[in-house]
Each structure stands twice: as C-alpha cells, then as structure tokens.
Design a protein around this ligand. Structure first.
Ligand code: FSO
Ligand code: SF4
Length: 554
C-alpha cells in the first residue's frame, strides 16, 4: 500500500485509493496531506486554549482554514506548497505551545510536539514517511476511524467556506473555535457515542460557516437575482475563471476592463453572474462549458488562459499547460501560481491578461443559456407565488438535487431523475451537480422555472432557508412534513459539510449517491440510516416513484 485516501466519492473500488488517487493525487502528495492534517491537529491543541478573538486565536483559525482547504479533493497537488504549509504549521504550533501548554491537561498527543530533525524540514522523504505513519489508517478501530474522518471531512468543507468568507473580511470566532475543538478531539480517546455527538455538532458549525459566507457574499456583491447567462462565445480573446472565489473574479474583471479581453466563468464560477455587482461588467461574457471533470476538453478549446481559483483542478494536460494558472489554496506542480494579496492590496493578474491579449478567441462549443439566481432573497420575493402554486396543486413536490458532479457513469442517474420527474415538481439545486440538468428544457410552472439554481455548493444554505420559510408559510411543525424530497449528489468533502448541515437542521430521508461514502463503516452507516433515514440512490424510476409518494422515504 503506497497511500490511503478514501475521502471522495470516486475513491478506488469505493474502498480507498492505495496505489495512486483516481483524482491523480500521487502517494507522495497524499502522505504530505496526511502530515499536514496531523500538524493541523497539533496547531488546534494549544490553539483551542487561546482567548477567542485574540491575535493567537485568529492566527490559528486562519492557518487551519487554509491548511484544511488545501487538502480537499482536487484543490492542490503541489508537494512544495504542502511542505511550506507543514513548516508554517509547526512554527505556529510551537509558538502557541510556548504560551498555552500550561493549560493543557493529561498526556499530550504526539501532534502537539513532533517536528522533523533540524535541517530536514524541506526533505520531502522525511516528511512523507511521517505522513504515511500518521494517516487515516493510524486509527485502528474502523468505527472510530470512520467517525473521526467524518468530522475531519466536515471540517475541511467548513474550512473552505470560512476561508472564502475571510477573504471578503468576514470571520467568526465560533467557527474557528469549533474547527480547533473538532480537530483536537480527533487526537483524543472518545467513545463512538461521543464522536457521533461531535459529528452532529460539526453539522451545526457547517450551518454557521455557510451562513457566514452567505453574509460575506451578499453584503459584498448584493443578493443573487434571476439571471440569464449565455453559453456561447464572442469574438474577443478571453480568460476562463473556474473555482469558487468571487474576489479573484472581481479583481480580474477590474484589471481587464477596457483591454478587449472578455471573461468567462467555468464550473462553480457560473453563479457569479447572479450577483448584482458582477452585472456591471460588460466584458463578463458568459459561462463556458460544464462541470469540473470535463475541463480537459473545454480548456483545450477555450484557447485563452485559465485561472483556477479553487478546486476542482484535474491533472493538467499539455494542450493548455502553458496557459493555466492557480491562485489561493489551489496549486499544481509546474503550473504558475498567482501570489496572495499583500495587506490591503490586490492580486496581480497582468501576466494572465498579457497572454489573453495574444490568444485566439474561444471556440464555440454550445450556444444557449442558463437561468439561475434563486438564492434565498430571490425565492423569498417569489414566496407568495410559490405558496399559491403549492396550495392550488400546480406544484406537487420540491426535489432538492444539490451537490457535486463527477466522472462516474452512474451519475447519468441524476439527469434521468431530472428528466423524468413529473411536470408538477420543482428541482432546487446548488453546486456543480446542476450541470447534469441545467441545460435541459424542463419548462416552468406558471412562470416559476422547474430548476431553481441557488448558486454554488455553499448556497445549499439558501435551499435550507427556502425550506424553512416554506415550513413557516404552511405553518408546519416539522420541516419533514413539507412536500420536499432530497436526492443529493456528492463528490468531495464540501458536500459532506452540506450533508451534515442538513442533518443538523432536521432534514430526514435524504437520498445520497451515486454511492454512499466509503469512509462510513457499516456501523456508522447504520447510525445514519437509523437516525436520519439516509439512503443510497437506486434506480431512477423507483426513486422518483418513492419520492412522489406521501412519505418521501418511500
Ligand atoms: Fe463542485 Fe468541485 Fe462546489 Fe466541490 S466544482 S465538486 S462540492 O469543488 O465545491 O460543487
Ligand atoms: Fe482517491 Fe478521492 Fe482521495 Fe483522490 S481524493 S486519492 S480519488 S479518495
């Protein structure tokens, strides 16, 4: 076994990647990521003792959000970056241990003390060896391992959302505090019951983190509104922006204004078009392509430079190697990385813009449009119509189909469900899962489109708010009494975070596919099935019939 990783839906054989990642992650990178998680746990042990809001506490919180984010599937493949983050973490941890170790009780976990021998800090072999030793399988009991990893994967998504919020100037002591508490708890001896309680608490923090990012995004860029986005191309050269970071897109738009270069969104950047602040840029030309896993082909035909602001980046191909850039917590070996902002400054995208000026215009691959922008404020504005449509029987059911897209053939299930749901149903979506059906003409119900796209995966928060508002409108005691079913597609750890948030908010009978997570041991899976009615997706026709029944669980 060269490595062990089972954090995403595409893990080998639905058990674990052991030779190399299906995602392209190499064993060395996997070991360095394991070590970075270990060091992050070390930071969280003294960090959780610092006074909330203090400089030490904020430094630990910010470091941890970045470090955890970097280990999410398809975020960063660059060993050099992981070695830097590991060393930065050790320095921070030692500073915190110097101040707070007196407050720590009992025998301290090795993560609070381990360091490479002097001079070996940049020796990838030494660091990798340690990473292999402290990885996922270092917890022997499969149920405890499953629960610990469930907490850690939930924290990774929380970290990504909190990191995006921080970039916009929004931070939360509660979120940072829970990240530290949760990580530190995975180094302690806890029973399965205690860890199950921690998993549920992670769901609460997930709601807080998504609410924080929602506030950051809407305060900064306005409330998303119904928008039509073109999928065709113009004749100018363009830059393609992928990932989730709206601030990067904003600064790139500012720096390209008047240059004759158009900007296109890709993948999870599509929802930027829904924000009022982005509508003022005439050169924000449209959305090019679909979900992340098709990037090889789409980046080839785009012709111009590509900026990856977050996951999902896939192994880079020669066709576009010299014109793809990473920034933020994303990275790829041998690919240029745009450095972070200096305090109060902006990122410098001039190199990308120069390449764009000398590129051919993108090759057109489709010519249609996508409608979206149904985040909570927009849906609230339509609430009267929606409630009426439900009361009159025009809308029989809402089906939440949020989450991620991916390569597996079985994901055609989600297209099949969308196409075959009765015409009196409305699909609520967010995340890149939408690309399985957002270009189909599924029509509308009295002017309400049958696919309501709230935005990025973190905007699943909007879908939850929408459901809670409907519960109020219909004066229901329990949100599960709504005419609402869940058919969620997952791929990486942010989707785990969203799932835990939904469980925390009380939603039950969620279908999850195309497979249940490999990191759920049989006993932990049973807890989720028995307590929350989580079930795997099955045959599309059977699932539709079951979702349309009076009991969404079927
Ligand atoms: Fe998708 Fe990738 Fe947004 Fe994920 S582009 S898979 S859940 O990073 O975060 O929805
Ligand atoms: Fe395998 Fe997924 Fe881990 Fe990549 S992230 S190594 S595909 S489990």
């Amino acid at each position: 076994m060269n490595m062990f990783c089972y954090q995403c839906q595409e893990t080998a054989g639905n058990t674990g990647c052991t030779k190399a990642g299906v995602c392209g992650k190499q064993p060395e990178t996997s070991a360095l990521q394991d070590l970075l998680i270990f060091v992050s746990k070390g930071v969280s042990i003294p960090g959780s003792r610092a006074v909330e809001g203090s400089d030490d506490f904020m430094a630990a919180g910010r470091y941890l959000t970045g470090a955890l984010f970097a280990t999410i599937t398809n975020a960063n493949f660059d060993d050099k970056r992981f070695i830097e983050l590991i060393n930065e973490g050790i320095v921070l941890r030692d500073m915190l241990m110097g101040k707070y170790s007196g407050e720590l009780e009992g025998k301290l976990h090795e993560a609070a003390a381990w360091s490479p021998a002097p001079g070996m800090e940049s020796d990838a072999n030494v660091l990798e060896a340690k990473g292999l030793e402290v990885g996922v399988l270092s917890t022997g009991n499969e149920d405890i391992r499953s629960l610990r990893e469930l907490v850690i994967y939930g924290l990774k998504g929380i970290a990504a959302y909190a990191h995006h919020a921080w970039i916009l100037g929004y931070e939360s002591d509660e979120v940072y505090s829970f990240i530290m508490k949760g990580l530190a708890a995975t180094t302690q001896e806890h029973s399965a019951d205690e860890l199950t309680a921690l998993v549920l608490e992670t769901g609460k923090c997930a709601v807080d983190a998504m609410a924080l990012l929602d506030k950051a995004n809407t305060d900064t860029y306005g409330n998303p509104e119904i928008s039509t986005v073109k999928t065709g191309v113009r004749g100018n050269p363009g830059i393609l922006v992928s990932g989730h970071d709206l601030k990067d897109l904003e600064e790139l738009l500012e720096q390209t204004a008047g240059t004759g270069v158009d900007i296109y969104t890709h993948g999870e950047m599509l929802p930027a078009h829904y924000y009022p602040s982005f509508k003022k840029y005439g050169h924000l030309a449209g959305n090019y392509g679909g979900a992340w896993y098709k990037q090889n082909k789409e980046f080839d035909s785009f012709n111009g430079p590509i900026l990856m602001t977050t996951n999902c980046i896939t192994p880079v191909r020669d066709g576009y190697r010299d014109r793809i850039f990473t920034t933020g917590m994303t990275g790829y070996p041998g690919i240029k990385h745009i450095p972070d902002r200096a305090d109060g400054g902006k990122k410098d995208f001039s190199e990308i813009i120069e390449i764009a000026k000398n590129s051919s215009a993108p090759e057109q691959i489709e010519d249609g449009q996508i409608v979206g922008g149904f985040a909570h404020a927009q849906v609230a504005a339509l609430a009267g119509d929606i409630v009426e449509a439900v009361k009159s029987g025009a809308i029989k059911k809402f089906v939440v189909m949020a989450g991620c897209d991916g390569r597996q053939k079985g994901r055609s299930y989600f297209t099949e469900v969308a196409e075959n749901l009765p015409k009196d149903t409305v699909i609520l979506t967010a995340g890149c899962a939408k690309y399985r059906y957002n270009k189909l003409d599924l029509g509308d119900i009295g002017g309400i489109p049958r696919v309501l796209d709230a935005g990025q995966c973190n905007d699943s928060y909007s879908l939850a708010l929408t459901a809670l508002k409907l519960k109020e409108a219909f004066e229901l005691e329990d949100v599960n009494d709504l005419p609402l079913a869940f058919d969620i597609a997952w791929y990486e750890q942010k989707a785990v975070t969203v799932l835990l948030a939904l469980l925390h908010l009380g939603f039950k009978n969620i279908r999850l596919g195309p497979t249940l997570p490999a990191f759920l041991s049989p006993n932990v899976a049973k807890i989720l099935v028995d307590t929350f009615g989580i079930m795997p997706t099955g045959d599309a026709a059977d699932d539709i019939a079951s979702m349309m029944g009076s009991n969404p669980a079927g």
